[in-house]
Design a protein around this ligand. Structure first.
Ligand code: GDP
Ligand code: MG
Length: 188
């Protein structure tokens, strides 16, 4: 067991209003904040222990992307892993994560980069859903990403999302196996 703390930086990317800030705040503060200023860009820190290793995670909550500002270059430097967030009630947001993914591949060009694809707002009713779980799974396979559906509101699979991201990062760095993920949250 190592006594050193590994510092890992994760960026939350995705269309506006998909719940990026809500996921970050739920993870770090354990609460759901209903109206968080959408223009604020903030970095949240949290320490976690994963398979006996301490990690200090910096979560970079971006202001959000659209087709005109897909992936600002500041997010290429010093980021270990990317969490691409869409909302299950917005097919537009599902299109945007695909554009962001293409841009990441163009700019970083590393097919082993740690990626997690997240369909947030899984608490919503089925009749509000515009993106099926199967569509999410299929896209994640194409991206070589881990896939989860989460609810920042009901705190479903939020911790798991960040733990899976750190596992992906360590795997990409050659530091550890993926271990046994929580099967109820993710399928890959
Ligand atoms: P961001 O623009 O991606 O940072 O999104 P926010 O975190 O600001 O959330 C946008 C809106 O979606 C807010 O009204 C949130 O309360 C709501 N929201 C965020 N996460 C969830 C969720 O898991 N479920 C539901 N039902 N609403 C959510
Ligand atoms: Mg936000």
């Amino acid at each position: 067991m190592s006594t050193t703390v590994r510092q890992r930086k994760v960026a939350l990317l995705g269309y506006r209003s998909v719940g990026k800030s809500s996921l970050a705040i739920q993870f770090v503060q354990g609460q759901f904040v209903d109206s968080y200023d959408p223009t604020i860009e903030n970095t949240f820190n949290k320490n976690i222990k994963l398979r006996n290793q301490d990690f200090e995670i910096a979560v970079v909550d971006t202001a959000g992307q659209d087709e005109y500002s897909i992936f600002p270059t500041q997010y290429t430097v010093g980021i270990h892993g990317y969490v691409l967030v869409y909302s299950i009630e917005s097919s537009k947001s599902f299109e945007i994560v695909q554009l962001i993914y293409e841009k990441i591949m163009d700019m970083i060009g590393d097919p082993n980069i740690a990626l997690v694809l997240v369909g947030n707002k899984s608490d919503l009713q089925q009749n509000e859903r515009e993106v099926s779980r199967e569509q999410g799974e299929k896209l994640a396979k194409e991206m070589n990403a881990v896939f989860l559906e989460t609810s920042a509101k009901d705190n479903i699979c939020v911790n798991d999302l960040f733990e899976r991201c750190v596992s992906q990062i360590e795997k990409a760095l050659g530091n550890m196996d993926e271990g046994n993920p929580d099967k109820k949250c993710s399928i890959m």
